[in-house]
Design a protein around this ligand. Structure first.
Ligand SMILES: [Zn+2]
Length: 199
């Protein structure tokens, strides 16, 4: 699965590096599908050294209000706009200024995105997107995954993450957030009135 492969490549090694015990068995596809709940998204944060990895996984419906191939110019625009918004990780995830974090990379994977955005970025990225073009689409539902890498000059000052996702995507009303940092691991439910995850 698309999501699992990203986790394996990025977050899981980071967690392993922190000494966090990670289940070796991948989630069955049915469990991944069960996690798809409109209005709800998931956020994973892993901090190791000066590197902060974030993964935001959401039903596409939370972002654009539909989960089918866009059929109108307005729907194509909505999908492109959502992706453009999500690429601005520094605006969506507010980190303590003292931590001096800068977004280094962002990767957005979602069905139909490469079609509405056309051939953009490097050839390699395009191939990668094409390869997973409809990977997030399951039985009439579709997910988007946004993966971010931040590099922080003063990671010791990284004591919290505040998200503005609810402001930009009002269909979203709950984010189930998990973190793994040198201080340990934990989980938090974020809502429009409670947008901060302490590290
Ligand atoms: Zn759905």
């Amino acid at each position: 699965m698309l999501v699992h492969s990203w986790l394996s490549r990025n977050v899981l090694p980071a967690l392993a590096g922190l000494g966090v015990i990670v289940a070796a068995t991948p989630l069955p596809a049915s469990a991944q599908h069960a996690a798809h709940e409109h209005g709800v998204a998931r956020l994973s944060a892993a901090l190791e050294g000066g590197e902060l990895l974030l993964e935001f996984l959401t039903p596409l419906d939370n972002l654009v209000g539909f989960e089918h191939a866009p059929t109108t110019a307005a729907q194509r625009q909505a999908l492109a706009d959502a992706a453009a918004r999500l690429r601005e990780g520094g605006r969506l995830f507010v980190l303590p200024e003292a931590a001096a974090c800068v977004q280094r990379t962002v990767e957005i994977e979602a069905p139909w995105l490469s079609e509405v955005e056309g051939a953009r970025g490097h050839d390699h990225d395009h191939e990668h997107e094409h390869e997973h073009e409809h990977a997030g689409e399951v039985r009439g539902h579709a997910d988007l995954v946004a993966s971010y890498q931040f590099v922080c000059g003063q990671p010791a000052a990284l004591d919290a993450l505040d998200t503005r996702l609810f402001e930009f995507f009002p269909r979203l009303h709950e984010i189930r957030a998990e973190r793994a940092t040198p201080h340990g691991q934990g989980a938090t439910v974020l809502r429009p009135g409670a947008t901060t995850m302490a590290f």
